[in-house]
Design a protein around this ligand. Structure first.
Ligand SMILES: NC(=O)c1ccc[n+]([C@@H]2O[C@H](COP(=O)([O-])OP(=O)(O)OC[C@H]3O[C@@H](n4cnc5c(N)ncnc54)[C@H](O)[C@@H]3O)[C@@H](O)[C@H]2O)c1
Ligand SMILES: O=c1ccn([C@@H]2O[C@H](COP(=O)(O)OP(=O)(O)O[C@H]3O[C@H](CO)[C@H](O)[C@H](O)[C@H]3O)[C@@H](O)[C@H]2O)c(=O)[nH]1
Length: 337
């Protein structure tokens, strides 16, 4: 490592953030995690990272952190991020996600930090005109969650124009998998994501998986998504840091291959060797039939390419983590007592 950097990671105790922290530390960087632990886990933050438990809604807590460390960049993962919840409580998302991000952007600008990498989402593309979806697709958020992410993208646009804060907006498609080091993985409460739910059903921890609709205009009638390994997302964050010397960027991040809900269930049965009981339910409001990313732009610009592109590798890693930590981070927290 020739040039170690100091990075502030908001939401670094969460799923994607903790994998990015691991990648940063592996590459010799210094990390400060800022997380309120509303969803994240202290046990997901390794001892090599400094940890501040605080809320982005608290500008004074932010000011203290920026006064204590001199950051080279900010990685901003912290957010409310459940699409369905945002449909039931739009204010929590339109207000909560934006106010906390505006606090962070202001503190970043005031501290003279010049780079910020932001977790955006495929939910910006609620009415795609073509598949796969590239960065020129029209923005039409599919939910208040997606709208809040778009509002933050716009705030970052103006922070660049007015203050020279360079940002990368990374629109993740479906993050999945677990770190090969076996220490970190996906543990949300409540869990809403398909792969961990199907794994729970395979492990007998849930009676079945409910398929949200099998009457879509897709080959088997179930929704198709582009699952991207969480470590490939982390790698993209590291690559865009250098690109930000020049200009702000936005990239769609996926593998470019779609898998249906039934294909995910079949893969889980194959990998675990267990049967997954299935119940077909109604469609979930807000779900699109197909979401597949074109990541040609980041491949071309930065040479990014997924290291774990296959569904089996993604599910296999997630299964290994769940087998090693059947209670998720609760297992680790107990062991540390
Ligand atoms: N997981 C996905 O498939 C996916 C897809 C697209 C975009 N994203 C985005 O990526 C980011 C990370 O997603 P994730 O799945 O890791 O979520 P997560 O809930 O596991 O992690 C978010 C972390 O932020 C923390 N946090 C939330 N609000 C905070 C606040 N006000 N102050 C301080 N900390 C706060 C939580 O405690 C949690 O540790 C989110 O911004 C999400 O919207 C995720
Ligand atoms: O119990 C379940 C859970 C999910 N699904 C289906 O599985 C697919 C994937 O659902 P997830 O909830 O795992 O993921 P989403 O595609 O809804 O959402 C993901 O992508 C969004 C962008 O489109 C957001 O960024 C969000 O944070 C991220 O989790 C969807 O078709 C959903 O209908 C089921 O059939 N049953």
């Amino acid at each position: 490592m020739t040039n170690p950097k100091t990075i502030l990671v908001t939401g670094g105790a969460g799923y994607v953030g903790s994998h990015c922290v691991a990648e940063l530390l592996d590459r010799g960087h210094r990390v400060v995690v800022f997380d309120n632990l509303r969803q994240g886990h202290a046990a997901a933050v390794p001892p090599e990272a400094a940890f501040v438990q605080a809320d982005l809604a608290d500008p004074e807590a932010l000011a203290r952190v920026f006064a204590q460390w001199r950051f080279d960049a900010v990685f901003h993962f912290a957010a409310l991020s459940v699409v369905g919840e945002s449909m039931r409580d739009p204010h929590a998302y339109l207000h909560g996600n934006t106010v906390t991000s505006l606090n962070l952007i202001r503190a970043t600008v005031e501290a003279g930090v010049r780079k910020l990498v932001f977790s955006s989402t495929a939910n910006l593309f609620g009415s795609p005109s073509r598949m796969p979806i590239d960065e020129d697709e029209a923005i039409d958020p599919g939910s208040p969650y997606g709208e809040s992410k778009f509002m933050i993208e716009r705030a970052l646009h103006w922070a660049d124009r007015c203050h020279g804060l360079r940002s990368a907006c990374l629109r993740y498609f479906n993050a999945a998998g677990a770190h090969p080091n076996g220490r970190i993985g996906e543990d949300h409460s409540p869990e809403t994501h398909l792969i961990p739910l199907v794994l729970d059903a395979a492990a007998g921890k849930r009676p079945h998986i409910e398929i949200f609709g099998d009457d879509y205009a897709t080959p088997d009638g179930t929704c198709v998504r582009d699952y991207i390994h969480v470590c490939d997302l982390a790698d993209a964050h590291l690559r865009v840091l250098d690109a930000l010397e020049e200009r702000s960027v936005r990239y769609n991040l996926g593998n470019g291959t779609g898998y249906s809900v039934r294909e995910v269930i079949d893969a889980v049965e194959r990998i675990t060797g267990n049967r997954v009981p299935v119940v077909v339910g109604p469609r979930r409001p807000g779900d699109l039939p197909v979401l597949i990313a074109s990541s040609e732009r980041i491949r071309r610009d930065l040479g990014w390419q997924p290291r774990f592109p296959g569904l089996d590798a993604i599910i296999g890693g997630a299964w290994a983590w769940r087998c090693a930590h059947p209670q998720g981070y609760r297992t680790l927290a107990k062991a540390a007592e």
